[in-house]
Design a binder for this molecule. Structure first.
Ligand SMILES: *[C@@H]1O[C@H](CO)[C@@H](O)[C@H](O)[C@H]1NC(C)=O
Ligand SMILES: *[C@@H]1O[C@H](CO)[C@@H](O)[C@H](O)[C@H]1NC(C)=O
Ligand SMILES: *[C@@H]1O[C@H](CO)[C@@H](O)[C@H](O)[C@H]1NC(C)=O
Ligand SMILES: *[C@@H]1O[C@H](CO)[C@@H](O)[C@H](O)[C@H]1NC(C)=O
Ligand SMILES: *[C@@H]1O[C@H](CO)[C@@H](O)[C@H](O)[C@H]1NC(C)=O
Ligand SMILES: *[C@@H]1O[C@H](CO)[C@@H](O)[C@H](O)[C@H]1NC(C)=O
Ligand SMILES: *[C@@H]1O[C@H](CO)[C@@H](O)[C@H](O)[C@H]1NC(C)=O
Length: 762
């Protein structure tokens, strides 16, 4: 921005006499330029405009991050001639706080890219990183190095994070350590930690942040991901050996999630949509866990905009889809100036009180509450939310004191704060966080990174347990996104015939496919499976394969069915289990506990309940895959059930070679029937689709219902695998609900040397 020297003079003339007595002036661009960086203005040079500086990665704006144009035409903070605005190299906090060891090199300041190494004095051993690099976000890579020796203390030496000082050198039960950050640094995490009987410290390791320090999406995804996962996946009472430890909530307990998003002016305008989309992503992610929480969702500035009312979850059933629809539809009008953060907490308190009245004290005890706030903390009305937060704690803790976590109810309340915006009021926000399971305060100046963050919270391979979990990309036409959309996809090779059939990964060791993909002569060495798990070749060797014992292609030749596909099912055991990741993960299969969890069936569920939930309509929409660039494409068809079934299977008689007059000879009750063109487009299967999963998505989980077996018409050509069904064509798929004994025998055996699937008793 080329500033002319006459600007200030013009600016003075530009002062407007507003209708009140106040004089409104424009601000001048004098002295606001930044060396090595850029700035943006939200409302040009007019009153109320926010000036936001930006620098390249590894640099931060100094001395100001932002300036605001005040009504009298002066900037706050005012630019200072002797301290010109520039982009400064990011600094990391001082690592020379290591006890019983040395830090190399010894410097006064450490900048982005600087490397340090750590060595312990003799007799001491190092925990944590021996080498660390100063990262562009103002943090050291790796973890805090700690030099300690075995002193027989109840708790391990908790160390001292860079930039901090610690008081307390005794690590026995009930001993306390406290931390402060030096100089201009401020503390994020637990200021005080207490050594527990179980040999662990309460809270989380603190860190010292500069105003320019931020958390990367990856860091937030990891720590928020594991914290929220703890809430979402805790099952029955954990086997707590500790006396008096309160029982964690059981699966059938209630989870209430309250989300508040700051849309006041101090948060930049486009960020409203960004934040809204991030919330949608978060909700979808949560839905993919085996819980169905109740939601309260509000946006706020000086006013409160309620998008989803949690009462609706208690008095009627609100579909999650409706919540997402409502969110998508919600548009914030002209946002008001002013932010009332306390109003939001008061609102959540009110909703909680209502829930408590409705549920009664006893039932309310089993409710967990998770509050998630997105804000910069720049409240300028309504006062501090701290007293309200204290009352909310009281409501949930029911006046139990939090002493050494014995009998405490602190598992039942979590308040997470996502600090967004260029200027963050950390001192006001941090004390509002509540909860012990991991970090609860995240510093993310760029709200645009929120969606990415929530998108990746389930990426970690540790959530192996969650079958069928996948990413839902609607329109991304690339191989990587396909792999993440169908992480259970496998190709079956028979000898030199590559990808002759499809299959589905059902556990790290096993792949399901059709029996007819094998010939009588096939030996184990002839068969391979293609799964790209990044470990060795993607062509995996096979340990064994088992065809369903009742599969017999020629069983009904005499009855006029030249090829009889009943029990067309096979299980392939891989020589080496595949590595689970976000692009390689098993699909859910019927009658397993995991599938009940995926379907949010609580308590002791049955196979029948699963079937009722998955195959409810007389025309049930199902999907299966076909090879198509890039990787695969999804086909859609409708299973004709109940009164529609007979008409569908009748068409089997038109298949070439079939001479029987009774369709049920060829199509037993073990088949699902799709195809035709009665209502809307249905896709028909091609040869190479055989053995693939016939599936249905439930939230972000995929459940396999069938296996593609055979069809009445071959309508496919070499060039096209996406073929529409005609009036006569029908496909028949093995219904896995009818194959349970075979599946549980081969996949659920506790005594075999693999991780068994847990099949339901009924
Ligand atoms: C400043 O803006 C210019 C042009 O938009 C861009 O090329 C440059 O990378 C920006 N620099 C910084 C530090 O953001
Ligand atoms: C402009 O207003 C602010 C606060 O309203 C005040 O602190 C400042 O001194 C004023 N500046 C001038 C130049 O009048
Ligand atoms: C640390 O980084 C700064 C800035 O890049 C550089 O000037 C300095 O030489 C580095 N120090 C060491 C010891 O590498
Ligand atoms: C949750 O389930 C357990 C056992 O399955 C039962 O004892 C308890 O009453 C249930 N709680 C609620 C709130 O339904
Ligand atoms: C459910 O609660 C909402 C909000 O309090 C209310 O508007 C609605 O009328 C209630 N519905 C029923 C069926 O009670
Ligand atoms: C908790 O304590 C407050 C004040 O000490 C009291 O008013 C309230 O009734 C108590 N609540 C419960 C659930 O005991
Ligand atoms: C398949 O069925 C035919 C006709 O019933 C029978 O002869 C044959 O032995 C069966 N094959 C196997 C492997 O059971």
């Amino acid at each position: 921005m080329g500033a002319s020297s006459n600007w200030s003079w013009y600016a003075a003339l530009l002062c407007l006499l507003s209708f009140g007595a106040e004089v409104l002036c424009d601000c001048t661009p004098n002295g606001i330029e930044i060396q090595g960086g850029n700035f943006t203005l939200t409302k040009e040079l007019t009153s109320g405009s926010l000036l936001i500086y930006s620098c390249n990665d590894g640099y931060y704006p100094y001395p100001a991050l932002t300036r605001i144009c005040q009504p009298n035409g002066s900037w706050k903070p005012a630019p200072k001639r002797f301290m010109p605005q520039k982009c400064k190299l990011v600094e990391c906090p001082d690592p020379n706080v290591l006890e019983n060891g040395d830090v190399f090199p010894l410097e006064v300041q450490y900048f982005v890219g600087n490397e340090t190494s750590y060595e312990c004095y003799s007799g001491y051993t190092l925990r944590g990183s021996s080498k660390r690099i100063c990262l562009p976000n103002g943090k050291w890579s790796g973890s805090t190095p700690i030099c300690s020796r075995d002193s027989g203390s109840a708790c391990p030496d908790p160390g001292i994070p860079p930039g901090a000082s610690r008081a307390g050198n005794m690590f026995e039960i009930d001993d306390k350590v406290t931390y402060i950050c030096n100089g201009e640094l401020f503390l994020v995490g637990s200021k005080e930690r207490v050594c527990l009987e179980n040999g662990q410290w309460t809270g989380t390791e603190p860190a010292c942040y500069y105003k320019h320090t931020f958390d990367t999406p990856r860091e937030v995804a990891e720590s928020f991901g594991s914290a929220i996962k703890g809430t979402l996946t805790s099952t029955q009472s954990l086997d707590d050996t500790q006396e008096g430890r309160s029982i964690r909530i059981s699966k059938n307990g209630t989870l209430n999630i309250y989300i508040g998003v700051d849309i006041s002016e101090s948060i930049e305008k486009d960020h409203f949509k960004t934040a809204r989309d991030a919330v949608i992503t978060l909700i979808e992610k949560i839905a993919s866990f085996s819980v169905s929480p109740n939601y309260e969702i509000v946006f706020f500035s000086s006013k409160l905009y309620q998008v989803v009312n949690i009462h609706n979850f208690f008095n009627a059933t609100v579909e999650l889809n409706k919540v997402i629809e409502d969110l998508k539809k919600f548009e914030a009008g002209n946002t008001n100036t002013g932010t009332d953060l306390n109003m939001v907490f008061k609102h959540f308190e009110k909703q909680m009180a209502y829930i408590k009245r409705q549920a009664g004290d006893e039932r309310f005890k089993t409710h967990r509450h998770v509050l998630i706030l997105f804000t910069d903390g720049a409240y300028n009305m309504g006062g501090s939310p701290a007293p309200t937060v204290a009352r909310i704690k009281n409501t949930v803790y029911m006046n139990h004191t939090v002493k050494n976590h014995v009998g405490a109810r602190d598992d039942f309340l979590d308040i997470y704060i996502f600090a967004i915006g260029k200027v963050i009021f950390d001192d006001d926000l941090q004390p509002l966080t509540v909860g012990t399971g991991g970090d609860h305060y995240f510093r993310m100046p760029e709200p645009s990174k929120l969606k990415e963050t929530f998108d990746s919270i389930i990426d970690e391979s540790e959530v192996v347990g969650l079958c069928g979990l996948h990413k839902d990309y609607d329109n991304l036409e690339n191989r990587e996104s396909r792999k993440k959309q169908y992480p259970w996809l496998a190709f079956v090779n028979q000898g030199k015939k590559r990808k002759s059939c499809l299959g589905s990964l059902v556990s790290p060791d096993f792949v399901l496919t059709a029996a007819h993909c094998f010939t009588f002569e096939d030996e184990v060495a002839d068969i391979t499976v293609e799964i790209e798990d990044g470990v060795g070749s993607s062509v995996k060797r096979v340990k064994s394969f088992t065809l369903h014992p009742l599969f017999n292609l020629t069983a009904k030749v005499k009855e006029g069915v030249p090829e009889f596909y009943d029990y067309d099912l096979a299980i392939i055991r891989l020589e080496i289990p595949v590595k689970i990741s976000d692009s390689v993960r098993p699909i859910c299969i019927p009658c397993t506990q995991e599938t009940s969890d995926a379907l949010n069936l609580v308590g002791e569920s049955t196979c029948k309940q699963q079937e009722q939930r998955l195959l409810t309509n007389s025309r049930e929409q199902l999907s299966f895959l076909t090879k198509k660039d890039p990787l695969v494409a999804k086909k859609t068809a409708f299973a004709k059930l109940n009164e529609n079934r007979d008409l569908c299977i009748e068409k089997a008689l038109m298949a070439p070679g079939i001479t029987t007059k009774d369709e049920s000879v060829a199509v037993t009750d073990n088949f699902l029937c799709t195809g035709g063109q009665e209502y809307q487009r249905e896709d028909i299967a091609c040869k190479g689709d055989s053995g693939g999963a016939v599936f249905k998505n439930f939230n972000l989980r995929t459940i396999q219902i069938g296996v593609v077996s055979w069809g009445t018409r071959d309508l496919c050509s070499d060039t096209s695998s996406m073929v529409e069904s005609n009036d006569e064509s029908r496909d028949f798929h093995i219904n896995l609900f009818r194959m349970i004994p075979f599946l549980s025998q081969n996949l659920g055996d506790d005594n075999e040397n693999y991780t068994p699937l847990k099949f339901l008793k009924n």
